[in-house]
Design a protein around this ligand. Structure first.
Ligand code: MG
Length: 417
């Protein structure tokens, strides 16, 4: 197989779907993922992969306005050759992309063509390179992941067997095939269209058996984070993965942030009282007729503390790390946020020295509960530090005085380790 450095890799990004499983006014490839339409993130990944020379984007076939918008939004990616309209099926869309690639005139028969679902925005240059590297004459490459659950064979309403997980794979994209083989498989399909083609692997399987036998399908180890956005919850998962990637991104030496020897952060939070909720403060359930409204357990004390700690290490705020629309955090104990924040403190090379928290509440009386709150916070932080909690009222003034909710203020100081 020729070395990857000798090949020109081309990509066809298919973003032509109608997306009727993801509710909303627009097809899912146009939905926003952290401020950018999903498909543009897929395009960006290919743009950033050095071995990729050209990209064709296939948009919806029945929506001229959407196509124009796609052209405008991808103008800044120099590798994009053309945005073309898709067809009625996935294979028709790929055929349209292939036609555009053919007329670009720069491609030769053994060049790998990588076909990618526009709704897999978390694809990495690493995976793109691995797939491209395993494409050769009569050799295609498909990334797969091993299912995490036990896989059953089903016939109607009964289960007939358990399939050995190790012998199965969940196919992802990009799938890579040489330009010549893609031309061959697409033109065969155009003459013998079948409806069950869902990826390029099955497009190759659609070739006559004697031809199919000559082709090797190479398995590439897929990336579990390379999600296909199908349902709204996938979008939230993708956001969390992007956040994690941002946190782990190595900082280049030219823009190393200043790392202070000592730093202090400030946090403030408010939650309103609500019926039928338990009241949690400092990781402790406190008997009271009303609880606090919120997505998690609404522990206002811990939220202020977490914000103060994140402030001290220069890591943004609680909403960035634990978005309140993420179902993972629904009704979750806020001690989890504190634990995760402490992990981040360590990862960034800091030690939490001290934190001081003031809770403003007209009711209930919190003083008797402070020792147990401190015990729980110390247990969660799990390293020596000085913690102080104060409880006060606002003398009947303002929203806390009117007993509408509880406010908390915190400062935290960290030192570099
Ligand atoms: Mg809060």
């Amino acid at each position: 197989m020729p070395e990857l450095k000798d090949k020109s890799v081309f990509a066809i990004i298919v973003a032509a779907g109608s997306g009727n499983r993801c509710p909303g006014p627009r097809a899912k490839q146009f939905l926003n993922l952290k401020g950018k339409p999903i498909y543009t993130r897929s395009v960006q990944a290919f743009q950033e992969t050095a071995c990729v020379s050209g990209i064709i984007i296939v948009g919806p076939g029945n929506n001229a306005a959407a196509l124009l918008e796609m052209q405008a939004l991808t103008e800044t990616f120099p590798k994009v050759i053309k945005v073309v309209a898709g067809g009625k099926s996935r294979t028709e869309s790929v055929a349209n992309g292939l036609k555009a690639l053919r007329s670009s005139g720069n491609i030769t028969e053994n060049d790998p063509v990588l076909i990618h679902d526009g709704v897999r925005p978390l694809v990495t240059p690493e995976l793109i390179r691995q797939v491209a590297g395993k494409v050769g004459p009569d050799q295609i490459a498909i990334p797969t992941t091993t299912p995490t659950a036990t896989v059953k064979k089903i016939s109607g309403e009964t289960i007939t067997a358990t399939i050995d997980r190790e012998t199965t794979g969940l196919a992802q994209t990009p799938q890579g095939v040489t330009y010549a083989l893609l031309e061959e498989a697409v033109s065969h399909w155009l003459k013998h269209p079948t409806s069950a083609i869902t990826d390029e692997g099955s497009l190759i399987e659609n070739l006559p058996p004697e031809r199919r036998q000559q082709i090797i399908m190479n398995n590439v180890s897929g990336d579990p984070d390379n999600l296909k956005i199908t349902f709204p919850k996938d979008l939230q998962k993708a956001e969390t993965i992007l956040d994690e990637r941002e946190n782990l991104k190595p900082v280049s030496p030219d823009n190393l942030p200043y790392k202070p020897r000592v730093a202090t952060g400030f946090g403030y939070d408010v939650h309103a009282f609500a019926p039928q909720r338990k009241l949690f403060l400092g990781g402790l359930e406190i008997p009271h007729p009303l609880g606090l409204a919120g997505h998690s357990d609404a522990d206002v004390l811990i939220h202020a503390l977490v914000d103060a700690i994140l402030g001290a290490i220069g890591a943004g705020d609680i909403g960035r790390h634990f978005p309140d629309h993420d179902p993972t955090y629904k009704d979750l104990s806020s001690l989890f946020f504190l634990q995760r924040t402490m992990r981040l403190v360590q990862k960034r090379g800091f030690h939490l020295e001290a934190a001081d928290i003031t809770v403003v509440a007209e009711q209930p009386k919190l003083k008797p509960h402070i020792p147990e709150m401190l015990t729980r916070l110390h247990r969660c932080i799990a390293q020596p530090c000085q913690l102080n909690i104060k409880a006060t009222t606002s003398e009947g003034l303002g929203f806390t005085g009117r007993r509408e909710g509880i406010a908390a203020y915190a400062v935290a100081t960290v030192t570099a380790t």
